[in-house]
Ligand binder design. Structure first.
Ligand SMILES: CC(C)(COP(=O)(O)OP(=O)(O)OC[C@H]1O[C@@H](n2cnc3c(N)ncnc32)[C@H](O)[C@@H]1OP(=O)(O)O)[C@@H](O)C(=O)NCCC(=O)NCCS
Length: 123
């Protein structure tokens, strides 16, 4: 596989092939074997149905087994409880806060930084 900086995927429903959203591993550092994850399921009516958890689980597995990364990180807006819950369920842990990183609807918003390590790696 060519060493891209980013690999992006579509999230589709298995029952009717509907396009639900996208997820990606970006800012890939092939030397340090790090990457940064991002996900969006576009329509709110598709939130809370387990798609995000399943898609992220598959992407994390892909990053460990197919492109040999060893650490993944992401940032989540501090108010985004649903996303944070998904990441915690998948094993991400908080390692810091990027204070007032965004300006949304007239307010500065913190970004909670989270990371996960491949457990079986010896190197
Ligand atoms: C964040 C996102 C990817 C999550 O995917 P999803 O398919 O909605 O999430 P899931 O259904 O797999 O899981 C949601 C979990 O959050 C929980 N949850 C929902 N609302 C919650 C809230 N307000 N507080 C805490 N937990 C909440 C659900 O109970 C569920 O946990 P459970 O499986 O233990 O019951 C999706 O909602 C999305 O794309 N949102 C808009 C874009 C976005 O926020 N992207 C992430 C940017 S970091």
């Amino acid at each position: 596989m060519k060493r891209q900086k980013m690999l992006a995927f579509a999230i589709e429903s298995l029952s009717n092939d509907a396009f639900l959203g996208t997820l990606a591993v970006h800012d890939i550092d092939w030397i340090a074997r790090n990457g940064r994850l991002g996900i969006v399921i576009h329509k709110p009516e598709n939130w809370g149905k387990g798609y995000g958890t399943e898609a992220m689980e598959l992407l994390i597995d892909f990053c460990w087994k197919h492109i040999n990364l060893r650490r993944l990180e992401l940032g989540v807006h501090s108010f985004n409880k649903r996303a944070k819950k998904v990441y915690l369920k998948l094993g991400f842990v908080e390692y810091g806060t990027a204070h007032q990183q965004f300006y949304i609807d007239g307010e500065y918003v913190d970004s909670v930084m989270m990371e996960i390590f491949r457990l079986d790696t010896q190197d």
